[in-house]
Design a protein around this ligand. Structure first.
Ligand code: HEC
Ligand code: HEC
Ligand code: HEC
Ligand code: HEC
Length: 171
């Protein structure tokens, strides 16, 4: 009996410590909010800088929800890779929808903190605010054998198929 009580005390203090650690986590680590593709489109729709919105909207990623038929479109096991918005706890201020499929923010990170022009123009600042410049590892979160339609993923050829570079930038 005594042993059990002391065990309980231990568990309780552990829970208390965890709570304290959470409470002192700095605000900068607060989760970024997803803003949806319409916001990115406002600036990334100009042919002179690559019209990333158009390139994406013509890519399979933009149509990923439409590939799911009937009940599949409600199946969490499919939605987790076929939609950016699925599974997010969305507030009213987050206009992203499941219908957007695999949108900008699946690859570039939630945009609420990096979406302003001043931050966007400065890569270091944008990355500090949550922007992701995606690499192969990120693609493989979805392009892996867990997908029932998995095809061998080659980063180079697959990246070329969805490329949306900014021609105004010198590389
Ligand atoms: C208010 C305008 C604006 C909005 C909104 C905006 N961007 Fe940008 N973004 C820019 C500008 C300006 C640049 C710098 C020019 C460039 O690299 O194309 C940029 C650059 C980028 C880059 C390249 C960064 C680099 O350093 O190479 C990515 C990736 C990007 N934006 C993604 C997004 C995504 C995803 C969204 C929506 C979540 C978004 N942007 C919303 C204006 C905007
Ligand atoms: C959030 C999940 C997710 C991420 C991350 C992701 N993809 Fe995809 N991708 C998909 C889905 C789902 C499809 C299938 C869309 C459809 O046709 O329904 C797809 C399709 C594609 C296709 C078309 C394949 C074909 O058979 O025609 C290419 C190319 C592609 N992705 C490249 C990439 C690259 C490159 C990356 C990383 C930079 C990436 N994807 C990251 C989910 C993802
Ligand atoms: C682990 C992520 C993942 C899961 C889970 C997933 N998919 Fe996919 N799906 C993909 C990717 C990535 C592609 C693109 C095919 C490729 O090139 O590998 C794809 C492609 C597809 C396609 C297009 C097939 C084609 O070759 O044109 C259909 C249809 C599809 N998935 C249906 C489903 C259904 C139904 C489920 C749930 C039972 C599901 N997917 C679960 C990632 C996933
Ligand atoms: C499937 C993943 C994926 C999706 C979806 C995606 N991007 Fe990208 N994006 C990339 C990759 C990969 C790069 C190249 C990264 C690099 O150069 O290191 C890139 C680069 C960019 C750049 C920089 C271009 C340059 O040449 O400087 C911009 C701007 C951008 N994306 C905006 C967007 C916007 C806006 C959307 C949605 C409309 C979007 N991306 C959707 C993967 C994606």
């Amino acid at each position: 009996m005594l042993k059990e009580v002391s065990m309980l005390t231990k568990i309780f203090s552990l829970a208390l410590i965890c709570g304290l650690v959470l409470a002192v986590t700095p605000a900068s680590a607060a989760p970024k909010e997803y803003i949806g593709v319409a916001k990115c489109k406002m600036c990334h729709n100009k042919p002179a800088t690559g019209d990333q919105y158009k390139k994406w909207s013509e890519s399979p990623h933009a149509k990923a929800l439409q590939s799911l038929k009937g009940d599949e479109a409600k199946n969490p096991k499919c939605l987790k890779c076929h939609s950016t918005a699925f599974g997010l706890e969305l507030s009213d201020t987050q206009p992203i929808t499941v219908a957007e499929g695999v949108s900008c923010e699946s690859c570039h990170g939630a945009g609420s903190a990096y979406k302003t022009s001043t931050i966007m123009k400065d890569q270091a600042k944008a990355i500090a605010a949550g922007l992701i410049m995606p690499d192969e590892k990120l693609c493989r979160k979805c392009h892996n054998p867990e997908s029932p339609n998995y095809k061998e993923f080659n980063f180079k050829t697959y990246s070329a198929k969805i490329a949306h570079p900014n021609p105004a930038k010198e590389k």
